[in-house]
Design a binder for this molecule. Structure first.
Ligand code: THU
Length: 160
């Protein structure tokens, strides 16, 4: 038997340590909190995707009385980006979570389904997609969506 540890590279940045581009994207994700439709969880998530052409595509979680029919903020943003700009790689994705009248003090981690979709987005365009998880105590920056999902299942696995 072999055992190994999988380590995930991630950095925590304070607001003044982020680039202007990162800060702008996070501001958009925070603004998107107001577009969240979350009458069931009262947990609002905003997302903003920066494309290679400079466009920012916005997302927010959209819930439904039939719970599984709802969709997370990250996937609304990434699917909207794919639907509107199919040829534009997504370079960065910022996420902000808000509940009980506060942004989270610790970064909210994207769910497994969103991580899978982030990975597909990264593979689809063949470049790294930076992921920024905002919180009031700092922003976690993952250089690549792949860092959020080791042992990923992607197109190559289907081809065998
Ligand atoms: N949610 C997101 O939008 N993104 C995530 O990665 C985690 C969860 C949403 C889904 C649901 O509307 C609410 O947060 C509570 O789970």
């Amino acid at each position: 038997m072999d055992t190994c540890n999988i380590t995930i590279p991630v950095s925590r940045f304070q607001w003044d340590e982020l680039t202007d581009e990162q800060r702008r994207l996070i501001e958009v994700a925070k603004e998107q909190i107001h577009c969240s439709y979350s009458p069931y969880s009262h947990f609002s998530v905003g997302a903003a995707a920066l494309l290679a052409n400079g466009e920012i595509v916005r997302g927010a979680n959209q819930e439904n009385a039939a719970y599984p029919s709802g969709l997370c903020a990250e996937r609304t943003a990434l699917f909207a980006a794919g639907a509107m700009y199919p040829d534009q790689p997504v370079r960065k994705l910022a996420i902000a979570c808000y509940t009980n009248e506060h942004y989270l003090e610790e970064p909210g981690a994207p769910c497994g389904a969103c991580r899978q979709v982030m990975l597909e987005t990264e593979h689809r365009y063949g470049g790294k997609m930076e992921v920024l998880l905002y919180s009031t105590s700092g922003t976690l920056v993952f250089e690549s969506a792949a860092d959020l999902l080791p042992l990923v299942f992607v197109r190559e696995n289907l081809l065998g």
